[in-house]
Structures are given as structure tokens and as C-alpha cells.
Design a protein around this ligand. Structure first.
Ligand code: DQA
Length: 154
């Protein structure tokens, strides 16, 4: 492997529960985007930035936590949309907190302009940054942010 390839930054993207149902969810909040379309955009933008990407979607808290644990040794950073877990999962918060790699929280919708219960994020404080309200661009903004951050620190 060339030196340059060795230097490629690896990002893990984790989509939380019900995001596999995009396209069948509230169109006002999530538009017509399907998970497939969203993942294509993420992959295209990551390629433009020269980032290597792995994408997962889980409906269970346990699988999200196991993937966060594994990401310690496998990736340079994580982008997570914890979906509804954002609002109450201290277990996911703890799993993010123990990581030494940067974790960015993203949301398609503007959680701060929705129901009261969505306006609390228990995971935000243990993430380096939060992007929300820009649909797929919340993810591409997160990729750009991590690209700049990881290039600064290498
Ligand atoms: C979401 C917002 C959450 O409140 C909701 O439970 C989701 C998706 C978003 O991306 O806007 O499932 O995280």
C-alpha cells in the first residue's frame, strides 16, 4: 500500500432507528429522500473529499453501541444520526463519550423547531459538533467538517 493510501481517513456513518424507512416518513421533515439516495450522496461527497466511508443503519441500541465500540480501532471519526435515541439514550451517550476519535451528530430535520421531546439531545455534549435541519446536507456538512479537522491534526 502506498504512503498516500495509508493516509486515507476512514469515516464510519451510523444511521439510527427508523431511518431505513425514509421515503415513508413525514415528508415535511424528511422530504422524499430514501436511505438509498441519502447513502449515495454521502458516498459521492466522501469520494470527492478523498475519504473512505462505511455506512450502517441499525434499529437496535445494542448494535449501535457495538459499532461505536468497534469504531475505536477501525476509523478516524464517526458521523452518527442517533434518531430517536438522541433524546434519551444515556447508553449511546456513554459509548460516544469513551471514544477518543471525533464523533459528529447529525439530523436531517431541525430538531429545535419540532416537538418538545425532540429539542433535547443527550448525545450532543459528547460530540465535537452537531449539524441539523439541512436534510442530506447535514451529513455532507459533517463530512466536510471532519475532512478539515482530520487534515489539521495529521
Ligand atoms: C432525526 C430526528 C429525530 O427526532 C427522529 O426521531 C428521527 C430522525 C433527524 O434526522 O431529523 O428519527 O434524528
Amino acid at each position: 500500500m502506498s504512503k498516500e493510501l495509508n493516509n486515507i481517513k476512514k469515516i464510519c456513518v451510523i444511521h439510527g432507528p427508523n431511518l431505513n424507512m425514509l421515503g415513508h416518513r413525514d415528508k415535511e421533515q424528511y422530504g422524499n429522500l430514501t436511505l438509498d439516495k441519502l447513502n449515495k450522496k454521502i458516498r459521492m461527497f466522501a469520494t470527492e473529499l478523498g475519504l473512505e466511508i462505511s455506512i450502517y443503519q441499525f434499529n437496535s441500541e445494542e448494535k449501535i453501541i457495538k459499532t461505536l465500540h468497534r469504531s475505536r480501532k477501525l476509523y478516524h471519526a464517526v458521523i452518527i444520526n442517533p434518531a430517536a435515541f438522541t433524546h434519551y439514550s444515556y447508553a449511546i451517550r456513554d459509548a460516544i463519550e469513551l471514544l477518543t476519535i471525533p464523533v459528529v451528530e447529525v439530523h436531517l430535520s431541525n430538531i429545535y423547531e419540532r416537538e418538545d421531546f425532540r429539542q433535547t439531545s443527550v448525545t450532543k455534549e459528547v460530540c465535537v459538533k452537531q449539524f441539523y435541519g439541512k436534510k442530506e446536507n447535514s451529513y455532507t456538512d459533517a463530512l466536510k467538517f471532519l475532512h478539515d479537522l482530520l487534515n489539521k491534526s495529521s
